[in-house]
Write a protein that binds this ligand. Structure first.
Ligand code: FAD
Length: 301
């Protein structure tokens, strides 16, 4: 049965959500590919999100939750599902160097807030183009830091809309992994423990890491960052380069000449191009080195 996404959007708007039917994934994912979703709904906060979860359940409409769409690849034919997101929120001080931030807020906003308040610990995250919730879900990390180091508690809604939370330990953070990968909960907010420090030092570190990104990464093209997870004892980019795959292309998708760990949407790539290139890189790396590369990018279905 076809789902009535127009009616769903009309209901979402009564809750203060931004909602539109048939928005292409290409418009809200960083790979800039993918066909239409049923409806793109951005809730202003957890209460509206809770009401949306109930409405989706009642209408038997399938959905997925996204943050900033910076680690996903959506199919070219789109998905007959609603996409839920949480809107931006202002981070706030929660005492003793603690900061609370809504999950829909961009990491960059949180990093700037920490800088303004002379709080150190999030410098590594400056430049990761995800949301706070997406970064907790993925245990995002860079330059020797990861979310695991600074998160004290993760707040969520269960699939039934019940409020709950997990401590750092309970969230089972691991390399690009957390309990949220399998527990079906939606992260609504995250609490961090940061350390007071000289804002000049924090800023110097943030600027240094951002300039290293700009020097090494193909930020001028759409991508989802590192395409593959780091294999044990090795680096995906180094292996791909060693196999001579820089510049390998399928349609408009290419293994970046600047950083072999990135597959980029060089020119008008489809998701099918990107997926085919991922498979070809996996095949050649396995053949030449014996290493099985696992995608870090989440292939939406
Ligand atoms: C140029 C570039 C550079 C990057 N550099 C890095 C890097 O240095 N380090 C790094 O770790 N990553 C990096 N990434 C990848 C990406 O930014 C991170 O994985 C980021 O944490 C994803 O956050 P997001 O909000 O975009 O998540 P999305 O891509 O929207 O979603 C990713 C997954 O998280 C789930 N999810 C998102 N939000 C929530 C939530 N609130 N509750 C429950 N589930 C949720 C989604 O369902 C999905 O399965 C980079 C990406 C790009 C494009």
């Amino acid at each position: 049965m076809a789902h009535d996404f127009q009616a769903l959007c009309a209901f979402a708007q009564t809750l203060g959500c931004e909602a539109a039917a048939g928005v292409p994934f290409a418009e809200f994912t960083t790979f800039r590919t993918g066909g239409p979703c049923g409806a793109l709904i951005t809730a202003p906060g957890p209460d509206a999100l809770k009401a949306m979860l109930a409405a989706l359940k009642e209408r038997a409409i399938p959905f997925l939750f996204l943050g900033n769409g910076s680690n996903v690849l959506a199919p070219d034919e789109g998905l007959d599902r609603a996409v839920l997101r949480l809107g931006d929120d202002e981070p706030r001080l929660a005492g003793d160097g603690n900061v609370y931030c809504g999950a829909g807020t961009k990491l960059i906003t949180l990093c700037r807030f920490a800088l303004e308040h002379g709080l150190s610990g999030l410098e590594f995250a400056y430049g990761i183009p995800g949301s706070v919730g997406g970064a907790a879900f993925m245990n995002g990390g860079a330059y020797g830091g990861e979310m695991k180091d600074v998160v004290t508690r993760v707040f969520h809604l269960t699939p039934d809309g019940e409020e709950g939370s997990l401590t750092n330990k309970e969230a089972k953070f691991n390399y690009r992994d957390s309990a949220y990968r399998t527990n079906g909960c939606i992260i609504t907010g995250v609490e961090f423990q940061l350390t007071p420090a000289d804002p000049a030092d924090i800023k110097a570190k943030m600027d240094d890491l951002l300039s290293r990104r700009k020097a090494k990464q193909p930020l001028e093209y759409p991508s989802a960052g590192s395409t593959f997870k780091r294999p044990a004892g090795n680096f995906a980019g180094a292996l791909i380069e060693q196999c001579g795959l820089k510049g390998l292309a399928v349609g408009g998708a290419e293994v970046s000449e600047k950083h072999a760990g990135f597959i980029i949407n060089k020119q008008g790539a489809t998701s099918a191009d990107i997926t085919a290139l991922i498979r070809e890189v996996q095949r050649r790396v396995k053949e030449q080195t014996g290493v099985e590369l696992e995608p870090e990018v989440i292939l939406l279905r």
